[in-house]
Design a protein around this ligand. Structure first.
Ligand code: APR
Ligand code: ZN
Length: 252
């Protein structure tokens, strides 16, 4: 097991630092993750959120998606110290890219800027036929007023901007993420089970290109035996300690 000072020293020495985050970043903000005990996949069926179901049963898809969506976007949700620590590292010049699987908007809300959204975002919906876009709240109103599935004037059915199971990740985002993993000196995976590909393959890409791999996650991940540093600690405690130490080292 590693400690914040060891990870901070690796980050302080690195030219290129890349972080990959998952739902574990946001549990301290009150958003359940997906695969922990009592996670969202214990409450909802993953099969409800496939691209195929959106196409075959748009009304039922939208009803389920809006229920899931409430967990991410109810008004009380705000960034926690883990999000703040990553924004602080970026502002201090020690984080070059933040690759996130999360769609909850908490990284931008915390002030992070160099974000690559691997699984899209959860705040808007887009018509696949003409590209018209609307805020999810407007889509929610239309569904709740009985429209079933929000339909565009052109006839297309709006789809949330969140990547669905069976849907290709945005090519530009995946290309950028791969490039970042290939050039990272330190690759830190935080709050992710690393079980969903292609995001779950990025640590492997980083390792194969000579990066130091750090994994901070409560549960064990498939990289436990290959990572250079592993911390089975809460990210909302571990990451702020790392960020504070990096700033201390930088101040000399
Ligand atoms: N501190 C550290 N680790 C945590 C914390 C915490 N406070 N809370 C949860 N975790 C860990 C859990 O141990 C778990 O291994 O975060 C991990 C979250 O894993 P998942 O629930 O699988 O979430 P994630 O890896 O982001 O899932 C990837 O799967 O369902 C799809 O599209 C969805 O983006 C998601 C993708
Ligand atoms: Zn349209």
């Amino acid at each position: 097991m590693t400690d914040p000072d060891t990870v901070a020293a690796a980050i302080a020495d690195a030219d290129e630092v890349v972080v990959l985050t998952g739902a574990g970043l946001s549990t301290a903000s009150g958003i359940p993750d997906f695969r922990s005990e009592g996670g969202l996949w214990d409450v909802f069926d993953e099969e409800a959120f496939t691209l195929r179901r959106y196409r075959a049963q748009p009304e039922r898809f939208w009803s389920d998606w809006l229920s899931l969506h409430e967990h991410f976007f109810d008004s009380g949700v705000a960034p926690n110290p883990a999000h703040d620590a990553l924004a602080q590292l970026e502002q201090a010049g020690h984080l070059d890219a933040l690759l996130t699987q999360n769609v909850d908007g908490l990284h931008p809300a915390a002030g992070s800027e160099s974000i690559v959204h691997l699984h899209g975002t959860g705040t808007r919906a887009t018509c696949p036929d003409c590209g018209a876009s609307m805020p999810v709240e407007a889509a929610r109103e239309r569904v709740e007023s009985g429209e079933g599935a929000p339909t565009c004037d052109c006839g297309g059915v709006y789809k949330p901007d969140t990547v669905l199971f069976g849907e290709q990740l945005p090519p530009a985002a995946m290309q950028e993420a791969r490039r970042r993993a290939e050039t990272a000196d330190v690759f830190l995976a935080a709050g992710s089970s690393l079980t969903v590909d292609p995001a779950g393959l990025l640590p492997d890409t980083a390792l194969r290109n000579g990066a130091t791999l750090v994994v901070v996650n409560l549960d064990r991940t498939k990289y436990a035996g290959r990572a250079d540093h592993v911390a089975r600690e809460p990210v909302e405690e571990f990451l702020p300690a790392v960020a504070a130490r990096v700033v201390e080292l930088a101040d000399g």
